[in-house]
Design a protein around this ligand. Structure first.
Ligand SMILES: *Cc1c(COP(=O)(O)O)cnc(C)c1O
Length: 499
């Protein structure tokens, strides 16, 4: 670590002096540059127990101000040891995200300007840059012009807004005025058994309720079964439900399966049902010409969410919602008190009209930096590379006597399971094999070099390896594979001896 910077005393009034800001700022940027140069040396997962970090923090705030040098020192002494390094090249858990250099610089400037772009007038650049960046992103993933985009913090929140707009489209009810409980209708929302939990959370918030959510089964490749959806809708109409929204997924969270959006869209059209596509992860795959197929049918959707903070090297938080019914989104959320009326309301876009939040940061700055710095072809090269490595790992798994791949690998996430000599007969020893796989994940993660996660598929525990960090190189993927093999060999020995 660097020496602590020399700092002035704390001023009685006003902000940190410019000279001190410059000095501490240089320290922080230098620290980050060193961090990225040496990130390989950190354990991906922190070696701490619950309570370890909070125990080191005072229970009361300081009475008098403290020197920035001391605060930064505590950052490295107390906070850093409890950090899970999502930016580590060996982070292959959940979805492997990246805070890239240009993205971090965009965040920094955004924090410095600290605008609140609730209205066009309260920061014209923010509103107009966001519109432009959203258009760039729409073209990048190949959505037609009929989609209008805006950003929210997360996919969970984007989806909640999309479903609120969907509710506006239901004929014969006025949710805005009467609320859902007085509408006299029972609304039905459809998901698959692989859909992300955020959609059910939306149902809870929006008054649909979990009973209003119907789960459709998925096929052996974890894709929603379109014929089962069609049946369920007809069934529900007969039973007095009002089907109003289907959520299909491009890149499910467990296996990254791609629902048959084209068929689902046709079913939705037939019944006048809103189709929302959750492409939080998979949408970014569509920047590659060879993966355009994953978006098939999405042009017929009513809305689609994709997350630049997942696979487009953008620091948390940045989710993009694209919607073909800008008017409905506005109708669901617009409420303008007198003090927020401006002379430009008729001609300019006020983002506060399109969501629950009033205030809005200049979120698009970081994505603008990223798209310009890497360029479309640079983005494509980086995404294509990890997909190639994932395919290689998938092939190695298929060729290994003890590993079974559990799902197709359309992107860069691999789900598999260790089964000694592939001897598992469904049923009896499945739980034992679950434990064995759990042990394998822990053993690999304990090395600090790699971080893998798990999921459960058809009742069985699966190991999940997700590639996607911009700093991951071929050698890290090889290291992950070799670590997995080594840990497996010793676990297997134990297992075989125990009989
Ligand atoms: C990650 C993920 C989400 C949730 O994303 P947040 O931005 O964290 O809300 C939703 N849907 C899918 C398919 C995801 O993979």
């Amino acid at each position: 670590m660097k020496d602590k910077p020399e700092l002035n005393g704390i001023m009685e009034f006003g902000d940190m002096p410019a000279s001190e800001f410059r000095e501490s700022g240089r320290w922080a940027l230098d620290w980050l540059a060193d961090y990225f140069e040496n990130i390989d040396d950190f354990p991906v997962l922190p070696r701490v127990e619950p309570g370890d970090i909070s125990r080191m923090l005072p229970s009361d705030p300081p009475r008098e101000g403290e020197e920035m040098g001391e605060i930064l020192e505590d950052f490295t002494r107390i906070i850093l040891p409890g950090v899970t390094h999502w930016n580590h090249p060996g982070f292959m858990s959940y979805f492997s995200i990246t805070g890239s250099g240009p993205g971090i610089l965009g965040e920094l400037l955004c924090a410095g300007l600290n605008v609140n772009a609730m209205l066009w007038k309260t920061c014209p650049s923010s509103t107009e840059l966001e519109q432009t960046v959203m258009e760039w992103l729409r073209k990048l993933i190949g959505l037609p012009e009929s989609f209008w985009g805006l950003s929210y913090d997360t996919a969970s929140v984007s989806t909640m807004h999309a479903i609120a707009a969907a509710r506006e489209m239901v004929p014969g009810i006025d949710v805005r005025r009467q609320g859902l409980c007085n509408s006299g209708k029972r609304l039905r929302l459809y998901i698959s058994d692989q859909t992300h939990s955020s959609i059910e959370k939306s149902a809870i918030i929006l008054g649909i309720g979990l009973d209003g959510v119907r789960t459709i089964s998925s096929d052996e490749d974890f894709r929603m079964e379109a014929p089962a959806l069609a049946e369920a809708i007809k069934d529900d109409i007969r039973e007095g439900w009002t089907p109003f929204c289907v959520v299909a997924t491009v890149g499910t969270t467990s296996t990254t399966s791609v629902d048959p959006v084209d068929d689902i869209a046709d079913i939705c059209r037939e019944h006048g049902i809103w189709l929302h596509v959750d492409a939080a992860y998979g949408g970014m795959g569509a920047v590659l010409p060879e993966l355009k197929w994953v978006m098939k049918g999405c042009e017929k959707a009513d809305s689609l969410v994709t997350n630049p903070h997942k696979w487009l090297f953008t620091p948390q938080e940045f989710s993009a919602l694209f919607c073909r019914h800008r008017d409905l989104l506005k109708r669901a959320f617009s409420l303008v008190p007198e003090y927020l009326k401006t002379d430009q309301d008729q001609v300019a876009l006020n983002y506060m009209d399109y969501g629950i939040q009033l205030g809005r940061r200049m979120r698009s700055l970081k994505l603008w930096f990223i798209m310009r710095y890497f360029g479309t072809s640079g983005i494509q090269r980086r995404i294509r590379r990890v997909i190639g490595w994932a395919q290689e790992i998938a092939a190695k798994i298929d060729n290994h006597p003890d590993f079974v791949r559990i799902a197709p690998v359309p992107f860069s996430t691999i789900c598999f399971r260790a089964v000694p000599e592939k001897s598992e007969n469904d049923g009896d020893n499945s739980a034992t094999v679950d434990t064995l796989n759990q042990k394998l994940i822990h053993a690999v993660n304990r090395t600090g070099r790699v971080y893998l996660s798990h999921t459960r598929l058809n009742g069985k525990l699966a190991i999940r390896m997700a590639l996607g960090n911009i700093r991951t190189e071929k050698r890290h993927v090889e290291e992950a594979w070799n670590t997995l093999l080594e840990e497996w060999e010793s676990l297997k020995e134990e297992f075989m001896e125990a009989g």
